[in-house]
Design a protein around this ligand. Structure first.
Ligand code: IMP
Ligand code: MG
Length: 183
């Protein structure tokens, strides 16, 4: 699929589910909570690419205590808009996380498979502590036992795009979270 037509691109957006204002308010609050909880501690924010790159960029600027940033990529394989259940770590951290309090910054927890694998791997590396912060949570869709320590928005079982989240690599650049309509 290739999109160059603005009209075709917009047609598949059913509605705005979470506005820019709502996103920024929730993230400002999450940043303030991180400041309070991790003051004086070595902190590493680990973003899971690609989906969490926009959330991480805004969250990092809502945090005012010193922190480091790391990136991982985990590929979950999709058939259309449905997760196939296969997950692989394709990009890893450069930091030795045993020296850090780690917060995994994720875009969305759907079945939970991606994050449970990433969290398990990071736990094996003995960080000082490990917490999961997700922007979105679709609890109805969970197939593995995984709970975020904090979720900013709980959403129903709908496929969403924008603010980093894609459909076939498109829509990551929308500044809000939108419900996607299958063609
Ligand atoms: P899980 O392993 O099923 O929890 O899937 C997690 C990954 O699937 C996320 O990091 C997203 O990249 C992708 N994903 C799950 N639900 C959606 C959605 O509604 N829109 C876009 N991507 C999604
Ligand atoms: Mg994706």
């Amino acid at each position: 699929m290739s999109f160059t037509d603005r009209e075709q691109f917009s047609k598949r957006i059913r509605r705005v589910m979470i506005s820019e204002e709502e996103l920024h308010a929730a993230i400002a609050q999450a940043g303030a909570e991180i400041d309070a909880a991790y003051e004086g501690k070595p902190l590493l924010l680990v973003s899971i690419l690609k989906g969490a790159f926009v959330f991480l960029a805004d969250l990092a600027r809502a945090v005012s205590i010193p922190c480091e940033i790391g990136f991982m990529q985990a590929q979950s394989y999709f058939e259309g808009t449905v997760s196939s259940g296969k997950v692989e770590i394709t990009l890893d951290l450069t930091q030795d996380i045993s020296q850090y309090h780690v917060i995994i910054v994720e875009d969305i927890i759907d079945t939970g498979r991606t994050l449970s694998l990433v969290a398990e791997e990071l736990r094996r590396r003995n960080p000082l502590s490990l917490r999961i912060l997700t922007l979105l949570d679709k609890p109805e869709r969970r197939v593995v036992d995984l709970k975020a320590d904090k979720s900013l928005f709980t959403i129903p079982d709908a496929f969403v795009v924008g603010y980093g989240l894609d459909c076939a690599e498109y829509y990551r650049n929308l500044p809000y979270i939108a419900e996607y309509e299958e063609p």
